[in-house]
Design a protein around this ligand. Structure first.
Ligand code: 13P
Ligand code: SF4
Length: 317
């Protein structure tokens, strides 16, 4: 980038992104945890399930996945002929990192006869050892579709696994992984917020710990929490997930108040995913301009990982 480009204003960056998008037949997708300015320019915003569904059906030549690496991988596996870009290649996921593919493969091997269900927040390599992929938006539905006596391994998110076990009455064998954002919300701080805002309802993502799930008025994926807030008639909510979702909540429900929940060790009032926030408007512009950093997946791994992703899409239609 030359010195003029490095100082492009947000308005010019937005204009350039719009021009390049047309020129390259590109689609910009964004997760709800992205920075506000990225959600503003995205063609499509959604939770992990909606992003996978949209990737499967787009006719764009280039997908700019404003999210984290596993989301780009999922899109690439579903659309191997397209160019898939994540604006910052270093945007990873602590939850996906909590599941090493070799250790997971060994764990699966040690439990013959088990159906392996993996959360979408995993590497393509972990998905290649999986029978069915799920997201927080369809995990309950998919597990309930399996026979009651089916032996199930669920990984990597332990908190989501506990939640699904509790609502389905199953006894899935859980991998002990966690997301560094959702696993550090503070029950004490949220209880104190509730004392100060007694009429507020508590919205909790299932990646949060069990005690938080138990005090929630609604447990659900980002899209499910958003939908709940839109349909419900309460004026105020305590939102216990990454604070990026507040942008869409406030947009959809401008008359309501949404209070972000803080992490236990945080000085500030919210809890952000540093990986999700790595993507910036400037990086989106550069990614579109240069066609990189491109996501690639080893062909053999991609072939094996495609089956459980397609199974998820079919089972959650
Ligand atoms: P959902 O948007 O599917 O609820 O996932 C949350 C998440 O942590 C994505 O990284
Ligand atoms: Fe991963 Fe957690 Fe960030 Fe989601 S919020 S991308 S699960 S680290």
């Amino acid at each position: 980038m030359n010195s003029t480009e490095s100082t492009l204003s947000p308005e010019t960056l937005k204009e350039e992104i719009a021009r390049l998008k047309k020129e390259k037949n590109a689609l910009i997708m964004a997760h709800y945890y992205q920075r506000d300015e990225i959600q503003e320019i995205a063609d499509f915003i959604g939770d992990s399930l909606a992003l996978a569904r949209q990737a499967a059906k787009t006719d764009a030549d280039v997908i700019v996945m404003c999210g984290v690496h596993f989301m780009g991988e999922t899109a690439k596996i579903l659309c191997p002929g397209k160019t898939v870009i994540v604006p910052d290649a270093a945007a990873g996921c602590s939850l996906a990192d909590s599941c090493n593919p070799e250790e997971f493969a060994k764990f699966v091997e040690e439990h013959p006869g088990y159906t392996v269900v993996s959360y979408v927040n995993t590497s393509a390599a972990v998905k290649s050892h999986t029978d069915i992929v799920v997201t927080s938006g369809n995990a309950r539905k998919i597990i309930e579709m399996l026979p009651e006596d089916e032996k199930i391994i669920f990984g990597p998110d332990h908190n989501l696994g506990e939640y699904i076990n509790s609502v389905t009455g199953r006894n899935m064998l859980l991998w002990n992984g966690a997301c560094h954002v959702h696993d550090r919300f503070s029950l004490e701080k949220i209880a104190e917020m509730k004392r100060q805002h007694p009429q507020a309802k508590i919205l909790v993502h299932p990646e949060c710990r069990r005690p938080l799930q138990l005090i929630a008025d609604k447990v659900g994926s980002t899209a499910a929490l958003l939908e709940f807030a839109q349909k419900d008639d309460t004026p105020e909510y305590i939102v216990v997930t990454e604070s990026g979702i507040l942008f869409e909540m406030r947009k959809k429900c401008p008359q309501k108040t949404f209070l972000p929940a803080p992490a236990e060790d945080a000085e500030c009032q919210c809890n952000e995913c540093d990986y999700m926030k790595m993507n910036t408007l400037k990086k989106v512009y550069e990614a579109l301009r240069d066609g990189k950093p491109e996501i690639t997946v080893d062909a053999d791994v991609a072939e094996k990982a495609l089956r459980p992703i397609v199974r998820m899409l079919e089972m959650s239609e």
